[in-house]
Design a binder for this molecule. Structure first.
Ligand code: GUN
Ligand code: FE
Length: 457
């Protein structure tokens, strides 16, 4: 893939925001970010820093200085840590029933269609294009049980330049998965997963390792003990990324306790799935002890507030988890969540936290409304989990502009006439501009997208 406007070996002069640490937004003005020939950040200098003037002059004289226009802000690319790629055709549909009904009524029939690779190519291309257009530079994808279609998703991410982690879904339980959509055996689920790792690694277009494979048991109910055991062992052997759903809703949470006599977290841990590169979707029903296990293993929760409103009957206690020191990232959960925009997911994470804090049935007086005090988060935590939190969850050097990290970034044009950000110079300054970006960005505001220093849009 080539691009006229790639930033490899160049220096960008920009205003913008990032949050290397949760404690504070780092606002930078006229910062000079040097990107090396491999697309890694060499340095971030601000006016007054040693070397700033010389660096700026030499980039200018050498013709390698790229300046962002006035009113355009540089942000880290957004990291969506929970996307069901095959569900994209039903985005904005099918949200009228509980999860365990939704799977059988709508989702399994749709996912089964990816036996057709032409259908896979069409929908996966559209999804990856749309995610890039709304600023998602890295996505952690579930595909389907199909080997061929899953490889096509990995290939499309490579082609289009997105950073991606792709999993062949493993689901082999005869009672929980329909005959028309199930791995034929535990062995097939495990072998199919291992084969995807080989395929992704061997792909000549993937020399930089921008696309990775992920061990992806759908969720505990879908899997036999044999496939859980084999996939857990494979994950340990490969030291790789793992994704699955964990304690998402009441049905699943109770089903797992009945089957294994312990919580989802304890069960996944017993099979070896909880490592430093494990990202568990949803998890609003975690117990205090479960959270301690997450913390001890360094595993992350992918918070999916858009979806949890429909399927979880509980709000994930984001702030409590962050204050406890858990890794927390953000996900859209396409199509359980009815938007593919990480901006929407950020907004919903804030709104959900406010509902959790106050409780929400006005028939009760405020003190009896069963709110959970000190639960609210603001745009800062939302932005943090969408960027640095995602990088930490995946244990990849992405999510902010620290030297040594990949230059994965978006340029947000706050003046795009077709966009939805409106700034007033005297009202909107400093991190308040980031607040408006978080709350009001839509697709026309995303002017440029880079992954590893390559402009992919
Ligand atoms: N649990 C098992 N499969 C799924 C899925 O596709 N989406 C969500 N949200 N939860 C699940
Ligand atoms: Fe999901």
């Amino acid at each position: 893939m080539t691009s006229m406007n790639h930033l490899r070996g160049k220096t960008i002069l920009a205003n913008g925001f990032h949050m290397p640490r949760r404690e504070a937004v780092d606002v930078f003005t006229d910062a000079l970010i040097a990107v090396d020939k491999d697309g890694m950040i060499e340095s971030l200098l601000r006016p007054g820093d040693p070397g700033y003037e010389a660096g700026r002059r030499s980039a200018q004289d050498g013709g390698t200085l790229v300046r962002l226009p006035e009113g355009t802000y540089l942000l880290p690319g957004l990291i969506d840590t929970h996307v069901h790629a095959p569900q994209y055709p039903q985005l904005g549909q099918a949200l009228d029933v509980p999860l365990e009904v939704w799977l059988n009524k709508y989702t399994f029939p749709l996912e089964a269609r990816y036996a057709d690779i032409a259908f896979a190519r069409l929908t996966y291309s559209l999804l990856v294009d749309d995610l890039i257009a709304i600023g998602t530079t890295t996505a952690l994808y579930y595909a389907t049980i199909h080997q061929d279609a899953t490889r096509i998703l990995a290939d499309i991410c490579l082609e289009k330049g997105q950073r991606a982690l792709v999993g062949k879904v493993a689901m082999d339980h005869r009672e929980q998965c329909p005959d028309y959509y199930r791995d034929a055996s535990a062995d097939e689920a495990i072998r199919g997963t291992a084969d995807l790792f080989d395929y992704v690694k061997a792909n000549p277009d993937n020399a930089e390792g921008r696309v990775l494979a992920v061990v992806s048991p759908r969720f505990i109910p879908s899997c036999t003990d044999a496939s859980l055991k084999g996939l857990g062992a494979l994950a340990k052997e490969l030291g790789c990324h793992v994704q699955t759903h964990c304690s998402e809703g009441d049905w699943e949470h109770r089903f797992v306790i009945e089957r294994f006599g312990m919580t989802g977290t304890e069960t996944l841990d017993s099979f070896g799935f909880l490592g430093r590169k494990s990202v568990l979707g949803h998890a609003p029903h975690l117990t205090e002890r479960d959270m301690d296990i997450f913390k001890a293993r360094g595993s992350a929760v992918s918070h999916c507030p858009l979806s949890n409103a429909y399927f979880s009957s509980a709000v994930f206690p984001l702030r409590a988890a962050l204050e406890r020191g858990l890794h927390v990232a953000l996900g859209t959960d396409v199509s359980g969540g009815p938007s593919s925009s990480m901006f929407e997911a950020m907004r919903e994470s804030i709104a959900a936290s406010r509902m959790l804090e106050t409780g929400n049935d006005a028939r009760f007086p405020p003190e009896e409304r069963r709110g959970r005090p000190f639960s609210r988060v603001d745009f800062r935590d939302a932005f943090y989990i969408a960027t640095t939190g995602g990088g930490n969850a995946l244990d990849l050097p992405i999510g902010n502009f620290t030297p040594g990290y990949h230059f994965d970034a978006i340029a947000v044009d706050t003046r795009a006439p077709e966009g939805s950000i409106r700034l007033w110079d005297d009202l909107d300054t400093g991190e308040k501009i980031l607040q408006k970006i978080v709350y009001t960005t839509t697709r026309p505001n995303i002017a440029s997208v880079w992954v590893g220093g390559r402009q992919i849009r």
